[in-house]
Design a protein around this ligand. Structure first.
Ligand SMILES: Cc1cc2nc3c(=O)[nH]c(=O)nc-3n(C[C@H](O)[C@H](O)[C@H](O)COP(=O)(O)O)c2cc1C
Length: 185
């Protein structure tokens, strides 16, 4: 087991969300402290309870929630974290980050974050091929965001093609590698 890290896991409203609880659980089992931020739309798919239960840590969703320390969470959470990973990253969340729009706690936290940020996009194959989506990704890559590009395969919408979120084990390995790299600096 490597270095025990503080990991912020951002979860947006893609159907691959059901794999995010597994990711949160595996990272916790590896000794990491994992705090989850769900977008408001992610709450349509899952409740905070599942993430709270597997991480035994608080789960965050609301920009305006009263913080006991009177420090906004979008400032304190990225200071607390060693790394931020977003899985799944929807086309919407990628676009909002690329445009600097801080209207959800997750995107706002990314905008206030100076730690490494890794995104694992997941979406329908035509959405993935959309040049606006690809342009947003290029823009974010150019300023240092790391992307774990989706694989090709069966998609929940019924089609087959690129857009499938990277396997949980691959996201986990990429995260551990980035943590090891940033620890050496
Ligand atoms: C059943 C269902 C599945 C969806 N899956 C995805 C997806 O895999 N990727 C994606 O980018 N958007 C997907 N969407 C659309 C997003 O939920 C929608 O754009 C939402 O506004 C994203 O909110 P968020 O990015 O703030 O979490 C899906 C919507 C529905 C109804």
């Amino acid at each position: 087991m490597g270095f025990m890290a503080r990991i912020l896991l951002g979860v947006s409203a893609g159907i691959a969300i059901y794999k995010s609880a597994d990711l949160a659980s595996r990272l916790t089992q590896n000794g990491h402290e994992v705090r989850v931020i769900l977008t408001p739309h992610a709450l349509k798919f899952m409740t905070p309870l599942a993430f709270r239960a597997v991480t035994r840590q608080p789960v965050y969703t609301d920009i305006f929630e009263d913080d006991p320390a009177y420090r906004p969470e979008h400032i304190s959470l990225p200071e607390w974290a060693d790394i931020l990973v977003i899985a799944p990253a929807t086309a919407d969340v990628i676009g909002r980050i690329a445009s600097g729009l801080g209207d959800s706690l997750l995107v706002l936290t990314v905008l206030a974050c100076v730690k490494p940020v890794i995104l694992a996009p997941a979406m329908n194959d035509r959405m993935w091929a959309n040049s606006i989506v690809q342009g947003n990704i290029e823009r974010l890559k150019a300023v240092g965001y790391q992307f774990l590009d989706p694989g090709s395969g069966y998609l929940a919408c019924g089609s087959v093609g690129p857009g499938r979120m990277k396997e949980v084990s691959e996201i986990q390995s990429a995260l551990e590698a980035e943590l090891a790299r940033s620890q050496k600096k």
